[in-house]
Ligand binder design. Structure first.
Ligand code: HEM
Length: 428
């Protein structure tokens, strides 16, 4: 009879656990770092870091208007490693938004969202929505000027939704203004409901990746299978160690922001939304809310959900940008879109005054339809040009449109983040 020593037993339990996450053997091409940049795995790691640091924070946080801010100050100044843990949680939260978005970009541009993977794209979008919702609900908890007014801005935007907007905003706030009930609701969502839903959806997401036979790989490349242990697992450990080290080191030097305690009577100038919503806030400055808060977000949401299901004829699954031509088109579209969005915003700010020129029209036409067409018409002309004159395939045209939309949003976000000063005026 053979007796397993305690060390061996621990080792085989770890192996067992790993082999529940991964198959025994895997295509060697799938573990090349530049195939995925490890972005999905890093997102999962960030979630784990957030979960653990969040549980620690929960011991000292008090979710009431009277004590929330005080409990954060107390944590930072008087708890051992309190500031450090808060910094880790804050930084990992920001990184999760960035990394899961980059992961979306990776799976999209490597054409990994079609056929068997289409369903996982939808689960991914829901996960991204959850990441944003989680970040948004966490934003309020410090109860300082930054958090209070950023959440106020967003709930006011929701009110623009016709018919149901005011009710949804009231429901989210538990009243007409942000108050103690809002704080308690956000606290419960942020520390209970959202993490739970996240775990369930992440499990389905992982299962669907395995079900599709792992990450998408090009058809006509040389295939060779290798053991997951140690080939993939060692790489995963290395990436995880580097990410953890970076988060820990940055958290020593960079403190999560905390302004003065929330004062509902005194709004800061400028009042900005959470950073990832700044693109939407920028749009709202120039375009009537019925377009900027309703039609455009719904349109873009539907477009992204529908992305795997358009009628593509020349898919190259697993290949970056589908083809060399696709790659050039994506770069060209991104550059043009950044320049165009920037110029348009500058013109809106200083020269285009539709609300005055067309003051006889209802505002949804003068500041809605006209600015909307000013963006949509040139973009449509460009897409028609690359389709007809450039003989691009429909896959390349749709990829260009996706690139234009994403680049425009990022440009608006950067403008709002870096160039908007007092009174939300553009300052260079
Ligand atoms: C936020 C939490 C997320 C986690 C933890 C996560 C995790 C992962 C992991 C570990 C993989 C396999 C390896 C890799 O591609 O890196 C994967 C694949 C995939 N993810 Fe995500 N993901 C998340 C969000 C998203 C989002 C936002 C999307 C897109 C909307 C998405 C869509 C996909 C798709 C389509 C695949 C299959 C890719 C392929 O087969 O090559 N995921 N995800």
């Amino acid at each position: 009879m053979t007796h397993k020593g305690p060390q061996n037993r621990v080792r085989s339990s770890i192996e067992n656990f790993i082999l529940h996450l991964h198959p025994m053997r895997i295509d060697k091409r799938a573990i090349k770092f530049t195939r995925t940049f490890g972005l999905g795995g890093i997102s999962a790691l960030l979630f784990v870091i957030l979960f653990i640091s969040g549980i620690i924070l929960r011991f000292s946080y008090i979710p009431t208007v009277e004590h929330a801010y005080e409990s954060i100050v107390e944590l930072q100044n008087h708890s051992i490693f309190g500031q450090f843990i808060r910094n880790i949680h804050h930084l990992s939260g920001m990184l999760l938004v960035v990394v899961s978005f980059l992961h979306l970009i990776r799976v999209y541009y490597t054409q990994s969202i079609f056929q068997r993977r289409a369903k996982n794209w939808i689960y991914g979008l829901i996960l991204l929505f959850l990441v944003l919702f989680s970040s948004f609900t966490g934003y309020l908890l410090p109860w300082d000027q930054l958090s209070f007014w950023a959440v106020t801005v967003i709930t006011r935007v929701i009110e623009y939704f016709p018919f149901i907007g005011v009710h949804i905003a009231q429901y989210i706030r538990s009243g007409d203004v942000i108050n103690g009930n809002t704080l308690l609701n956000f606290y419960n969502l942020h520390t209970g409901v959202i993490p739970l839903v996240f775990v369930v959806l992440m499990s389905i997401h992982f299962w669907l990746v395995r079900n599709a036979g792992g990450v998408a790989l090009p058809k006509n490349e040389h295939k060779k299978r290798v053991n997951v242990l140690p080939n993939l697992v060692v790489k995963e450990m290395m990436v995880a160690s580097i990410v953890i080290a970076i988060i820990f080191i940055v958290s020593v030097f960079y403190n999560a922001p905390l302004l003065d305690e929330a004062n509902p009577l005194k709004s800061p100038n400028p009042t900005k939304a959470p950073w990832y919503f700044l693109g939407a806030q920028e749009l709202l400055l120039h375009v009537h809310p019925i377009f900027s808060a309703v039609i455009i977000p719904i349109g873009i949401g539907v477009f992204f959900i529908y992305l795997p299901y358009f009628n593509y004829k020349d898919l190259n699954i697993g290949v970056w940008f589908n083809s060399e031509k696709g790659k050039s088109l994506v770069i060209q579209s991104a550059l043009l879109s950044v320049a165009f969005t920037f110029i348009l915003i500058y013109l809106f700010e200083h020269f285009l005054h539709f609300e005055i020129w067309l003051s006889t029209y209802p505002s949804w036409i003068s500041t809605g339809v006209f600015p909307f067409l000013l963006y949509v018409l040139p973009v449509s002309a460009y897409l028609t040009l690359i389709y007809k004159k450039g003989k691009s395939s429909n896959t390349e045209v749709i990829m260009s449109l996706t690139t234009i939309l994403v680049s425009s949003y990022i440009t608006m976000l950067m403008i709002s983040l870096l160039l908007r000063g007092k009174g939300m005026l553009l300052v260079f």
